[in-house]
Ligand binder design. Structure first.
Ligand SMILES: C[S@@+](CC[C@H](N)C(=O)[O-])C[C@H]1O[C@@H](n2cnc3c(N)ncnc32)[C@H](O)[C@@H]1O
Length: 387
């Protein structure tokens, strides 16, 4: 199905919230309106995860210029301006309370901010009984300099990750994240470049949105605490970065923004995103829950035949042969999928994701972990596997 038909763009001024709740549950939605009003009308306990990138209240009082007197495109938007801290705090309390109502008890919330607002947001969030799980520092490899040279370069932003209710079970894809991080536990300092270059959306030669976040950041956030099919809400949708990452990773999403131009921009942007093939989205890996399946069982059950060639990487020319005893042989070297992997590449290697087989029908290589998933399904259908 073409995605254009699947994104509902709703305008609260012309559609009622009833229309929204009646909209097919599976559909992604981009809603024009005030996020507090919209969330107050949504079903309670209905959302798996919220990513919020609210106005930072940057309090910029004057135009910024570089030393060569060229103008700096800063965040001077009306939506970022508040009369005083009290007004900002009330706004923060309102939208955080609305988020709390729509989150499932197992749900979690991310808020991103800078020194201008994150301490205020953090206090209010704790006062509302959200339970902080982590604060993550996004360190920018390409920060904007302090043009006037009066303080340090502000090179990071902070993300707070909190759960709706202390002590409930929530999604944390610990094992998937370790795999993404070369078998090391994922840490709370994240390095991403500011959104620039080709990724930055432009209109009439200028930035289409002043605070577009990098897609990589949202990709990471979604990997941390959501699974395929989960419903993600972004109450400050802007250019739709959360929706773009959600669509890519096959999560459902609702995005809200009160600016018509951004709603249009986000819709156009997300329409152009192709979701990853389902085959590449392995479900949550949790070795403690999933029964262990050694590599040899793939051979015993006919999922891999001795003599099959496996490749060390999706595009690599390095190849080994599967032996009848479950070892791999390459240029006279022999070992398990993990041992041989470690001989090729120093550091931790997970053989299940490092070695690829060629799917003859599709003419593509896939990690052998895909065969393990298929074997799991096959054995559990036969009743040979306890889950
Ligand atoms: C910091 S930007 C979000 C940028 C977004 N994360 C992205 O990557 O493009 C905040 C957005 O919130 C929107 N906004 C501000 N107040 C709002 C409100 N009360 N309800 C809905 N949207 C609001 C603004 O129009 C702006 O696009």
């Amino acid at each position: 199905m073409v995605f254009v038909a699947r994104i509902q763009v709703l305008n609260v001024f012309s559609s009622t919230i009833k229309d929204m709740n009646q909209a097919e549950k599976e559909e992604d939605q981009i809603i024009l309106g005030d996020c507090v009003e919209i969330m107050r009308q949504m079903e309670p306990d209905s959302v798996d995860m919220i990513f919020a990138d609210p106005p930072y209240n940057l309090q910029l009082r004057q135009q910024l210029y570089r030393p060569d007197l060229s103008h700096v495109e800063a965040v001077n938007d009306a939506w970022d301006k508040f009369d005083d801290f009290e007004t900002y705090d009330q706004f923060t309390k309102d939208w955080l309370s609305a988020c709390q109502r729509v989150l499932k008890p197992s749900g979690t919330l991310w808020v991103i901010g800078s020194y201008h607002n994150i301490y205020r947001v953090g206090t209010i969030l704790q006062n509302l009984d959200f339970w902080i799980l982590n604060d993550v520092v996004w360190i920018k490899s390409n920060p904007m300099p302090n043009f006037r040279g009066v303080r340090l370069t502000n090179a990071h932003e902070t993300l707070i990750w909190a759960q709706k209710q202390r002590g409930t079970t929530y999604t944390f894809n610990h094992h998937n994240l370790k795999m993404m991080n070369d078998d090391l536990q994922m840490r709370s300092d994240w390095y991403f470049a500011r959104c620039s270059g080709k990724e930055r959306l432009k209109e009439n030669g200028s930035r289409a949105h002043s605070t577009q976040k990098p897609l990589a950041l949202l990709y990471r956030v979604l990997q941390v605490c959501t699974n395929e099919g989960d419903l993600v809400l972004d109450p400050f949708f802007g250019s739709g970065t959360t929706g773009a990452a959600a669509r890519l990773l096959r999560r459902r999403f609702i995005g809200i923004d009160r600016d018509e131009t951004y709603v249009r921009l986000a819709k156009e942007r997300i329409t152009g995103v192709t979701p990853l093939g389902e085959d590449f989205l392995l479900s949550q890996i949790n070795p403690r829950r999933e029964p262990r399946l050694p590599f040899g069982e793939l051979i015993e059950n006919g999922f891999l035949l001795p003599g099959t060639t496996l490749y060390f990487g999706e595009n690599s020319a390095l190849a080994a042969q599967v032996m009848a005893d479950g070892s791999l042989m390459m240029d006279g070297k022999r070992g398990s999928i993990h041992q041989l992997g470690r001989q090729i590449k120093s550091g931790p290697v997970n053989g299940w994701t490092a070695w690829f087989y060629l799917d003859q029908v599709k003419g593509k290589r896939y990690p052998i972990d895909r065969l393990r998933q298929k074997l799991r399904e096959y054995l559990s259908e036969k009743g040979d596997l306890e889950s």
